[in-house]
Design a protein around this ligand. Structure first.
Ligand SMILES: [Ca+2]
Length: 245
């Protein structure tokens, strides 16, 4: 009898504690989202990569947050990077999508309007793999809404001394031009180098890679447009490209 009463008092106290905690969160603000070992990634100016935009075109904004692993030292970041989407109102955040990338450093994040020409905006996350050496690899991760759900599309990757451009119709992401540094005997890290061009075409599911031309001259920090202006034959391939430059 006493034991039973003890148990029911215990259950009641636990239940009441839950209610008190719930109201504490309710009054105190948003329920914290825990990502152990991770922190919000920041741009070089120290601004957090946190964006509010309507990815699924339902008239309400989602919050996109980009995380990297906690470390004071760039070389110690182990990765992988992570991106999450939350729906949010005044009192709570709810995680609706999460994706783990490949790299350990965020090279940049950018909002792109109507990236695939389907009316949905996208976030471009430059998910970079970087060690304390000469350069790294940048993977283009595209976060958008397709076929009724949030999705992360793995775009091409390229060495950090290369360049990229969205070059589908009206600048859409249906084509991406990638310029990769071309290794030669006299290649030196951080010096001018020749570049091999590739065209990546979105087939509705994935990007298909096609080899284009290689530069005759050497470049260092020029954009894809600047290089093509100097060597227009670079984009000639055996297939019709539909590229808009
Ligand atoms: Ca929305």
């Amino acid at each position: 009898m006493y034991k039973k009463r003890g148990i029911s008092i215990g259950v009641t106290i636990a239940f009441l504690s839950c209610i008190v905690l719930f109201f504490a969160y309710w009054k105190g603000g948003k329920i914290p989202i825990k990502t152990p070992g991770y922190e919000l990634a920041k741009d070089p100016a120290g601004i957090e990569y946190k964006f509010s935009l309507d990815l699924n075109n339902d008239g309400k904004n989602e919050i996109v947050k980009v995380y990297n692993t906690v470390s004071d030292n760039l070389g110690d970041r182990r990765g992988p990077n992570m991106v999450k989407i939350f729906t949010e109102n005044d009192n709570y955040s709810k995680e609706v999508f999460s994706y783990t990338g490949l790299g350990n450093l965020i090279w940049g994040v950018q909002r792109l309007n109507n990236l695939f020409g389907d009316g949905y905006d996208a976030m471009l996350i430059k998910d970079a793999s970087y060690a304390m050496g000469c350069g790294g690899t940048i993977y283009l991760l595209l976060l958008t809404y397709k076929d009724g759900k949030y999705t992360a599309i793995n775009g091409p990757g390229y060495p950090s001394f290369g360049a990229c451009k969205f070059a589908g119709k009206d600048g859409s992401g249906n084509k991406i031009i990638i310029a990769e540094p071309k290794w030669e005997n006299d290649y030196c890290c951080g010096c001018k180098h020749k570049l091999q061009f590739y065209i990546y075409t979105w087939d509705g599911q994935k990007y298909i890679k096609t080899e284009a031309g290689a530069t005759k001259n050497k470049y260092l920090n020029e954009s894809v447009d600047e290089i093509i202006q100097k060597e227009p034959s670079l984009l000639i391939t055996n297939e019709p490209t539909g590229i808009s430059i």
